[in-house]
Design a protein around this ligand. Structure first.
Ligand code: ZN
Ligand code: ZN
Ligand code: ZN
Length: 180
């Protein structure tokens, strides 16, 4: 295993499951981290990239591309920035944010969610609440290494690992009562 592929510690703030946390802090932290990371890598965090990242971070629930395009159009009208951004431009912007590790794609929903620990490359493993939609990122750690070694034993060339667990977050359990 090359250095680059080693699983890295990822700790998403547990607040993502707390429906009343100070989300403005999450957004501010995410934008701040994005600025630092892009500056370090010589990648340009353009106004559009920053705006899209901010919209993805609107909540901890993954957002679909169409919804994102709509929100972006609204935001830009309010800004007086300009009219609609062409969808391919939005997709390219998302590709950039994903490549920089600032955003993860939730495969099962074809949606996007901000990463709270983008400093180091890692794979996102997610707990996804089916009630409120919040996606909470888990550390891959030993699981990642184990899956890779099993695949290697079978001479399987892994291109992508997607692990998503669907269920109910603590706040939604508290709101609706324990499962019968
Ligand atoms: Zn938050
Ligand atoms: Zn992440
Ligand atoms: Zn929930």
């Amino acid at each position: 295993m090359s250095k680059r592929e080693e699983p890295l510690p990822v700790t998403t703030p547990a607040e993502s499951f707390d429906h009343r946390h100070d989300h403005e802090m999450c957004v501010a932290d995410a934008l701040h981290a994005a600025e630092i990371i892009c500056a370090q890598r010589g990648a340009r965090l353009t106004d559009l990239r920053r705006r899209v990242l901010e919209l993805v971070w609107d909540s901890h629930a993954p957002i679909g591309a169409y919804e994102l395009i709509d929100k972006l159009a609204k935001a830009r009208t309010e800004d007086g920035t300009e009219s609609r951004v062409a969808p391919p431009t939005v997709y390219r912007t998302l590709d950039f944010l994903i490549a920089q590790g600032l955003v993860h794609r939730i495969e099962s929903r074809n949606a996007f969610v901000g990463c709270a620990r983008p400093e180091l490359p890692h794979r996102g493993y997610f707990l996804i609440c089916e009630t409120c939609g919040v996606a909470h990122e888990l550390e891959g750690g030993a699981l990642d290494a184990d899956l890779r070694s099993r695949a290697r034993d079978l001479d399987f060339e892994v291109r992508r690992i997607t692990i998503e667990m669907a269920g109910r977050c603590p706040a939604c359990q508290a709101a609706t009562g324990a499962p019968a």
